[in-house]
Design a protein around this ligand. Structure first.
Ligand code: NAD
Length: 430
């Protein structure tokens, strides 16, 4: 009598992970495997997350009622060290989305040669509808639910979409109360007062621009002669936009979730920040034209920075982009179809696992400083960040040239080889 196989058949996705973003991550992984040339069994191990926790978080709401929120933490690979990755609060959080983001974190850490594997977590909620008190209770209870699987040598959370320094301070405090003493190294992206690092809040945006500036130079132009559009004027995008302007680029368009603004002469970003703070958004900024997010992506420019969210450049709009270079500040902003169309059109894409890795790089510095109880100054951190980003870009660029691969493929191949080599050396226990 035929029986069901006990394990997932090779190449098949377990139903609980069958999510569009996880399929995108797996599609990229499968695409890179022929070039990576690793052992097929090792590849099969790396296809799936090592561990996933699903929790239900009860929260006492301000009106006295009780809300129950689904939360997840996925650890993709601990081959290279403790796992590392952000926590996001968003309406779209699913187990599969966390699994995709955790896998990308593994590749990102390996690409930068950080002693970490990848993880990601999140709570499915609408953060805009939660008061500060509700967010604190949600964060503390979520942290308590995560206690069995997190730890400074096991899994170290960080901020992501709609979570911030305050969220990390609550997580650090909740964990520390359980063990009986302060443990700053349990999370990164904390306020300076509880062991945070200088430059961590700006690190992702600055890292994006370090990669873009070097790529533009290698492509034979300069930031001074470049016009740039930035989608997503948040923690990553706003810093990247300012850093681009500081380095001489003309930032002609930026957007947030409500839409964007465009000024061909270059936006005055300081005035825009003031306008945003006074009007709770950037729309209507004097001297600029309002544009939708769809229109913003199709504006003519030299560099398009995607710093909002996933799945923004797709089969539906990739043919209409009028940029010479795409830089992925967000995770997964280009779908598989979008990527293919950009490739056919000869528009290079600086991939997320390289371009936005500045955040996890300075998170690593924060963790090292916390463990040592010895803190570094801004010049040391900026110079170490520049070294890591520059070295990763060089290795990706060289592989791309020597094996004729697009940058995303070259970055993935580099990362996959790093992790596979370590997994082969360690072997499978028992
Ligand atoms: P954020 O919440 O601070 O900012 C996101 C910005 O994008 C906001 O301006 C928001 O209004 C806008 N936005 C959201 N959805 C949008 C949509 N559908 N269309 C247009 N704009 C939209 O978040 P963040 O920390 O800046 O993260 C942005 C992206 O960068 C995410 O993909 C995140 O995973 C990635 N990332 C963040 C970090 C970090 O250190 N914060 C590090 C690596 C990667």
């Amino acid at each position: 009598m035929a029986t069901e196989p006990a394990t997932t058949r090779r190449g098949e996705l377990p139903p609980e992970l069958d999510d569009p973003l996880f399929r995108q991550a797996i599609g990229q992984f499968d695409g890179a495997l022929p070039n990576a040339g690793i052992d097929p069994f090792v590849a099969e191990v790396l296809r799936y997350p090592e561990r996933a926790l699903s929790v239900s978080i009860p929260v006492r709401l301000d009106d006295g009622s009780l809300g129950i929120y689904p939360g997840y933490r996925v650890q993709h690979s601990s081959v290279l060290g403790p796992t590392k990755g952000g926590i996001r609060y968003d309406k779209a959080v699913t187990l599969g989305e966390c699994a995709a983001l955790a896998m990308w974190m593994t590749w990102k850490c390996a690409l930068l040669r950080l002693p970490y594997g990848g993880a990601k977590g999140g709570v499915r909620c609408n953060p805009r509808n939660l008061s500060l008190g509700e967010r604190e209770r949600l964060t503390r209870r979520f942290t308590a639910e995560l206690l069995p699987i997190i730890g400074p040598q096991r899994d170290i959370p960080a901020p992501d979409m709609a979570t911030d320094e305050q969220t990390m301070a609550w997580m650090m405090d909740t964990y520390s109360m359980q063990v009986g003493h302060a443990v700053p190294e349990i999370v990164t992206g904390k306020p300076l007062s509880v062991g945070g690092s200088i430059l961590r809040p700006e690190a992702t945006g600055i890292g994006v621009v370090m990669v873009v500036e070097e790529a533009v130079r290698r492509l034979g132009t300069s930031l001074e002669s470049s016009s740039c559009v930035v989608q997503g004027y948040g923690k990553v995008g706003a810093v990247a936009a300012h850093e681009l302007a500081v380095r001489g680029a003309r930032v002609v368009g930026v957007s947030d979730i409500a839409g964007g603004v465009h000024d061909e002469r270059g936006l005055d970003l300081k005035a825009l920040d003031q306008w945003r703070d006074e009007h709770e958004g950037i729309a209507g900024f004097p001297g600029s034209q309002d544009v939708s997010n769809a229109e913003l992506l199709e504006l003519p420019c030299d560099v398009l920075v995607l710093a909002a969210t996933e799945n923004q450049v797709t089969g539906a709009n990739a043919a209409n982009l009028q940029t010479k270079l795409v830089a992925e500040g967000a995770n997964g902003p280009t779908s598989l179809e979008g990527d293919e169309i950009l490739g056919e059109r000869g528009i290079p894409v600086l991939p997320d696992i390289l371009t936005n890795a500045g955040g996890v790089a300075v998170s690593y510095f924060e963790w090292v400083q916390d463990i040592q109880r010895l803190f570094w100054g801004p010049d040391e951190i900026r110079s170490r960040l520049a070294d890591l980003m520059g070295d990763a870009l060089s290795r990706v660029w060289d592989l791309s040239q020597s094996e004729g691969l697009p940058f995303r493929r070259a970055a993935l191949v580099t990362s996959i080889r790093e992790v596979a080599e370590a997994l082969e050396a360690r072997g499978i226990h028992p």
